[in-house]
Design a binder for this molecule. Structure first.
Ligand code: NAP
Length: 461
């Protein structure tokens, strides 16, 4: 059949309700899964394969032909084949001329080739209209229908009409196309499925490092020191006591670290007198992972709550309580209620509960389903104003809890401060600097700079 006539026939607008035939090259896992989904959505599917023998795995309503025959039946051809086999397409260049080729391929490594697979395909077949799509959807998710977390399909391509045709198919399959622009974006789209929690790396490594440090710090002071100098075996502290010290400390420090980059950014902008110069890379990276830092902090705070709630079940706590009661009975003396202590314990519990409540609120508003439903001002109000309030409450919770014995010499085993004191360094520093930044004489120029004013415009080349 004449190639041009076949193309015109396939690209002609469809006047009936019947969907246009789609051709899929390759009867592998992805080709079959996509074929199933397309047939379910009403698309006639024709496979182009090296073998035209029909296997049981191939959707039963699909046709299997040679590549050349199959390509002539459709305007859109999905290339469900690994990049290293693309050379077999070169002899088909004439048949594929003017057709929309959908590159769905992925690589095994980030930036594996100098150019993206889609750009490579476009170089091999300059007469075809290459569109990148579907590579972020897995064959398994397509077949099992478990696409809830990944309904988005990134689409890019240089031919607007071709891209539109592919986006229409994406929509018809019940997925959400996201136009990422020209074929230049293909490299980024191909790297996307290979990334492993890119925004989580720094927060996770930082949390692991700090947790290990504080764990061994507590182990040294609460277990090893007590064993050496007081001959008490408190090794069981490893199970609950030490984690319940490390978790609140981590929660407080990580929450404070969420607000540190904002403070640095404000200081840098004030110093430079402009907002039109890039922040250093480390600050950009830190800013981008604030949400993840906050969520890890929330996880530590939640663990602290659970560890605290199970305290009454602990043998050690029960033993200490009965020891107190027995000693009062033996001495025939009832300890009067210490109102100051009662105030302190109720206050730090109350501050902790309120701080945790706001912490949870911050976590909830960071969920995309919630943040998408609030405007920018509301989001900033919760994340910045309520966030600082959560930091103030949690810092106060720690201060009230440890305040009375922070100054006692017995709190300095081996001349080292208790970890609660260490945990207050960053939050207190953040709150003090923030307090200075909200003074009108500092806040006014900062607001002007953020609105575009420049102290010395020559810096903003
Ligand atoms: P696969 O199961 O290995 O299937 C690839 C198909 O390519 C084979 O079944 C074969 O089909 C064809 N083929 C193999 N060697 C060939 C050659 N030398 N010349 C021509 N055709 C050849 O791979 P797959 O998992 O379906 O993946 C296909 C593409 O989809 C890959 O680029 C992959 O990166 C991409 N992808 C896969 C998934 C997934 O979840 N599997 C997700 C997103 C993207 P015939 O025997 O019919 O010729």
């Amino acid at each position: 059949m004449n190639k041009n006539s076949s193309n015109i026939m396939a690209l002609a607008p469809n006047t009936s309700n019947k969907r246009e035939t789609v051709c899929i090259f390759g009867t592998g896992d992805f080709g079959r899964a996509l074929g199933h989904k397309m047939i379910q959505s009403g698309y006639p599917v024709v496979y182009g394969s090296r073998s035209t023998q029909i296997s049981n795995l191939i959707p039963k309503d699909a046709e299997v032909l040679s590549h050349a025959e199959a390509a002539q039946k459709a305007a859109i051809i999905i290339i469900a084949i690994q990049r290293q086999h693309y050379n077999f397409l070169i002899p088909l260049a004439e048949i594929l001329h003017g057709k929309v080729l959908v590159d769905i391929s992925n690589n095994l490594k980030l930036n594996q080739y100098p150019e993206s697979n889609a750009e490579y395909l476009a170089q091999l077949l300059p007469g075809s209209r290459v569109v990148k799509a579907f590579n972020t959807v897995s064959a398994w998710a397509l077949q099992s229908g478990t696409l809830d977390a990944s309904r988005q399909v990134f689409v890019c391509g240089d031919d607007v009409e071709a891209k539109q045709m592919v986006m229409n198919i994406v929509r018809a399959l019940g997925l959400t196309p996201l136009d990422k622009g020209s074929l230049l974006a293909a490299q980024e789209i191909e790297n996307y499925p290979l990334q492993l929690f890119p925004m989580w790396k720094l927060p996770i490594f930082l949390s692991l490092g700090l947790t290990a440090f504080f764990f061994f710090y507590c182990l040294a002071l609460d277990v090893i020191y007590t064993y050496i100098y007081e001959k008490n075996n408190f090794s069981f502290f490893i199970a609950i006591t030490i984690p319940n010290r490390v978790c609140p400390v981590m929660a407080l420090i990580l929450l404070a670290l969420v607000y540190v980059p904002g403070i640095f950014a404000a200081i840098i902008q004030l110093y430079r007198g402009t907002k039109y110069r890039r922040f250093p890379d480390w600050l950009d990276k830190w800013m981008l992972c604030r949400k993840q830092l906050g969520l890890i902090a929330l996880a530590f705070a939640s663990l602290h709550v659970v560890f605290t709630l199970v305290s009454p079940m602990r043998a050690f706590v029960n033993w200490r309580m009965s020891k107190g009661i027995i000693s009062q009975a033996l001495n025939n003396k009832t300890e009067p209620l210490n109102t100051t202590n009662a105030w302190i314990s109720d206050s730090y519990l109350s501050l902790g509960i309120l701080g945790f409540f706001l912490f949870v609120l911050l976590g909830i508003t960071s969920l995309p389903s919630v943040s998408n439903n609030v405007n920018w001002r509301e989001f900033r109000f919760v994340q910045s104003k309520l966030g600082y309030l959560a930091l103030i409450l949690c810092t106060a919770h720690t201060l009230v809890y440890g305040g009375k014995w922070f100054l006692s010499p017995s709190a300095y085993k081996w001349y080292l401060p208790n970890i609660y004191m260490l945990s207050l360094v960053v939050p207190c520093a953040v709150l003090v600097v923030k307090f200075v930044l909200i003074f009108p004489c500092v806040d006014k120029p900062l607001t002007q700079i953020r609105q575009g004013w420049e102290r010395n415009p020559k810096h903003s080349e």
